[in-house]
Design a protein around this ligand. Structure first.
Ligand code: AMP
Ligand code: GLY
Length: 425
C-alpha cells in the first residue's frame, strides 16, 4: 500500500525530507506545503499553506487523500497540530509528537524537569518566573561564570544568553522577567551551569516505544568563521563528525536516548516522531544541551542523504509502532553541507535576487533549497538561509572540497557562506 504524503515546512530540511520520500516505495503522491523553489522538482508544492494553518492543512488532507503527514518545524507541533489532526482524522499517520510531548522543545523548564526525573545528564539548573528576580540573582551568585540564561519558551534559537559579567547577567534577568525580552517565551527563565566541550547532534525516530538512531552530525551555528559572531539557524554541517566514536555513542544511547524514550513511556507520552538530542561532549561524557521535537536544519541535509534504506518506511514505522523491525542502512561516506545565505543574515537582509548556476552544479552534489521561490523559470532568494550544498566523499575534507567547488558555480547578489566548515574536526 502507498500513502499520499504531505510534508510541512519550507526549509532545506523539508526539501531533504521530500527528496527522500519521493524515492520511497511506500509513498504515493507527494506534496510539500508551503515548500520552496526546490521542492517543485520532487513534489507537488502547495505554496499557500503554512505549517501552522491547521484549517487549510485539514482541507488539504481531505482534498489530496493524504495518509501520511511529516511535520518539519517545531511550532506547529508545540501548538498542537498533531492533536488537532488526530481529532479529525483518527487513522492519519503523523510524524511529530502531540502537544504534550512537544514540550521537550517548547519548554526548557519541562525538558530540564524531565531530565532530572530520569537522571539524564544535563547542566545543573533552576528556573524562575516574574517576581522571583531576587531569588534568580541569588542563584546566579552560587554559579561560576559564564552564566547561561535561557528563555523557557520557543524563541527561534535566540533565547539563550551566555554572559561572563555578573552585573550584566543580573540585568538580563530583569530584562527577561520584567522587561518582556523574548516576549512570553521569557516569562520564565532557566539559569544553568555552563558546559565546556564540543557539541554534536543525534536524532532518533521514536514510535512510542522503540527507537532508531539516525546518523550523527555536527552543525556550525555562528555566522562568522572560527565560530564567531551571531548565532544563526546553522551555516553548515558534517555527518558523521569523526570525534563521535562508538564508545561515545554507547554512552549516548545508554544514558540519554534509552532513558528518554523509556521516561516518555513511563510518563504516558505516546511520542511518535523525531527527537533531536543537542549534545555536548564534556571530556568524553555526553550531556544534553537541549531537546528538539523535530529534525535539525542543516543537519538533516547531511543525515538523510546518507540513509540508504527506505525513509518512507521509517516514517510509517513511527506511526505504526513497528520501528523494532526497521533495518536502518547508512552509507559509510561522509556528507557535508555548506549553507549559502543572504548578506546581512541573521540580521536584516534583502530578498528577491535571482540565483544563477543551479544547472551547472555537478550531479553528484545535491543542492537543497531553503529560502528560495520559483517565479516562472527563475529561482530567487526569499530567506536568510538560501541553499544548502551537500556533497559526499570518503572523509569530510574531500566532501567539503566538493561542496566548495560546486559553490563556485552558484551566485546571487550579496551571497555569503563560511569557508571553514569542519575547521575544528
Ligand atoms: P539551546 O537553544 O538550548 O540549544 O542553546 C543554544 C546554544 O547555546 C547551544 O547550541 C550552545 O552552544 C549554547 N548553550 C546552551 N546551553 C549551554 C550550556 N549549559 N553550556 C554551554 N553552552 C550552552
Ligand atoms: N541546527 C540546529 C537546529 O535545527 O535547531
Amino acid at each position: 500500500m502507498q500513502y499520499n504524503t504531505l510534508v510541512l515546512g519550507s526549509g532545506g530540511r523539508e526539501h531533504a525530507m521530500a527528496l527522500m520520500l519521493s524515492r520511497s516505495s511506500m509513498v504515493g503522491n507527494l506534496y510539500v506545503a508551503p515548500g520552496n523553489g526546490g521542492t517543485y522538482n520532487c513534489a507537488t508544492t502547495l505554496p499557500d499553506i503554512k505549517p501552522t494553518d491547521t484549517t487549510r492543512i485539514i482541507d488539504a488532507v481531505r482534498k489530496y487523500e493524504i495518509g501520511l503527514v511529516v511535520v518539519g518545524p517545531e511550532d506547529p507541533l508545540v501548538m498542537g497540530l498533531r492533536d488537532e489532526l488526530t481529532a479529525v482524522f483518527p487513522n492519519l499517520a503523523i510524524v511529530g509528537p502531540d502537544k504534550y510531548g512537544a514540550q521537550l522543545e517548547g519548554s526548557k523548564d519541562f525538558a530540564k524537569q524531565f531530565m532530572q526525573k530520569y537522571n539524564i545528564p544535563t547542566a545543573a539548573y533552576q528556573s524562575f518566573t516574574g517576581g522571583m528576580e531576587a531569588e534568580a540573582k541569588a542563584f546566579l551568585k552560587t554559579m561560576q561564570p559564564p552564566y547561561v540564561l535561557k528563555a523557557d519558551g520557543l524563541a527561534a534559537g535566540k533565547g539563550v544568553l551566555i554572559i561572563s559579567d555578573l552585573a550584566e547577567a543580573e540585568n538580563a534577568i530583569d530584562d527577561m522577567l520584567q522587561g518582556g525580552k523574548f516576549g512570553a517565551a521569557g516569562n520564565r527563565v532557566v539559569i544553568e551551569e555552563f558546559l565546556d566541550g564540543i557539541e554534536f547532534s543525534v536524532f532518533a525516530a521514536v514510535d512510542g516505544k522503540n527507537y532508531v538512531i539516525l546518523p550523527t552530525a555536527k552543525d556550525y551555528k555562528r555566522i562568522g568563521e572560527g565560530d564567531t559572531g551571531l548565532n544563526t539557524g546553522g551555516m553548515g554541517a558534517v555527518s558523521p563528525p569523526p570525534f563521535v566514536d562508538q564508545i561515545l555513542m554507547e554512552k549516548v544511547e545508554q544514558r540519554i536516548i534509552s532513558p528518554t524514550v523509556e521516561g516518555l513511556k513511563k510518563d504516558g507520552v505516546d511520542y511518535r516522531g523525531f527527537i533531536f538530542f543537542g549534545l555536548i561532549n564534556v571530556q568524553g561524557e555526553p550531556m544534553v544541551i537541549e531537546y528538539n521535537c523535530r529534525l535539525g536544519d542543516p543537519e538533516t541535509e547531511v543525515v538523510l542523504p546518507r540513509i540508504v534504506s527506505d525513509f518512507g518506511a521509517l516514517c510509517l514505522g513511527i506511526h505504526q509502532g513497528n520501528l523494532g523491525d526497521y533495518q536502518l542502512e547508512v552509507t559509510d561516506q561522509t556528507a557535508t553541507t555548506v549553507m549559502l545565505v543572504s548578506g546581512g543574515y541573521p540580521e536584516d537582509y534583502k530578498k528577491g535576487y535571482e540565483i544563477s548556476g543551479l544547472q551547472q552544479v555537478p550531479h553528484e552534489v545535491v543542492v537543497f533549497h531553503a529560502g528560495t521561490t520559483r517565479h516562472d523559470e527563475k529561482i530567487c532568494t526569499s530567506g536568510g538561509r538560501v541553499l544548502a550544498v551537500t556533497s559526499f566523499a570518503a572523509n569530510h575534507q574531500q566532501a567539503l572540497l566538493s561542496s566548495y567547488k560546486a559553490i563556485e558555480k552558484l551566485c546571487f547578489e550579496d551571497m555569503y557562506f563560511r569557508k571553514d566548515i569542519g575547521f575544528d574536526l
